[in-house]
Design a protein around this ligand. Sequence first.
Ligand code: NAP
Length: 359
Amino acid sequence: MKQYRVGIIGATGMVGQRFALLLENHPWFRVTALAASPRSAGKKYGDVVKDRWLMPKPIPQSMQDMIIYDATGDIKTITQQVDFVFCAVDMKKDEIRELEEAYAKLECPVVSNNSAHRATPDVPMIMPELNPEHAAVIEAQRRRLGTKRGFIAVKSNCSLQSYVPAVYPLLPYGVGRVLVSTYQAISGAGKTLESCPEIIDNVIPYIGGEEEKSEREPMKIFGKLEGGEIIPASAPSFTSQCLRVPVSDGHLAAVFMDLEENLSKQQIIDIWKSFSGKPQELGLPSAPKQFLHYFEEENLPQTKLQRDLENGMAISIGRLRADTQYSYKFVCLSHNTLRGAAGGGVLTAELLCALGYID
Ligand code: NAP
């Protein structure tokens, strides 16, 4: 496989740090540019992040002395040094939209963890195992942007990364209403348990914008490509409550689901266990071998025990049982900064390279 030169835009943040670790020894991708705000620009990466390093492993040696670029001011220089960029920045939505389009228009593909472009109809929101065919909308986006190579592809919000993969293989059997409560880690807010004392011994019943994303984004992922855009699906219908809990990493979801067809518990478990997608077929470097793991033990999955399953890239499901008001209920879990953020971004980029969208 070709070696790609890669930039991380937002490299100093929580998600950017995850990207740095995941890309340190990546077989296809080599980090050649790091960028952040003007506050960090011009300084060595190691110096900027040493007092705010949040990862379980040390700062990659190869990036310690790299000089950080200004994500906005140095776009031209950055795009000359990379084949594509990952983007995870904390800026206003309209600024992010502008920033990502600026990279794309300079013929630099952008794989984004930001929400700014998720609703743009010709920007694919890819969960690699579920909707790799949405990448085809990139051709229409390139026509709109007037580019040959540049485009933007986005990752969905981390809250839906556990239950959307669990629901997806059941769609052919008539999934109706889906009610979800999520129990989300503090790293989803870019914080640690140490830097967020208000979460200790506490649950916070509000995460700004999260419930809207948890209900709206699955519909785009389940949507169809038509006339140069992704038309969101009209069913199933999702309703959600998203809670912040005193957990470092891992978003757990409790799900109630209606199913039109009368599938048995064992049939559903078999459907989950046998489900795999393009990443497994193509043997992508970051793909989990088994995407959906079902646990028979009634006290699993647990956030702390299962979040790192298959390098944090697999989804854990358990406690499937019949319900009195819905057809079934179950619990599922994913790692929010791995599969739900940087890991999902890296897998998406691997898919786009393997499919020829990034050359
Ligand atoms: P974060 O820790 O606050 O990091 C923000 C990054 O953005 C830093 O690198 C920061 O650089 C940079 N930045 C801030 N203002 C900037 C500016 N004006 N120009 C250029 N860069 C600027 O945030 P995060 O948790 O990593 O999240 C980043 C993005 O990923 C957000 O859009 C978030 O919604 C999304 N996301 C996060 C998660 C998660 O689990 N945390 C999951 C999915 C998606 P400086 O260090 O120089 O300020």
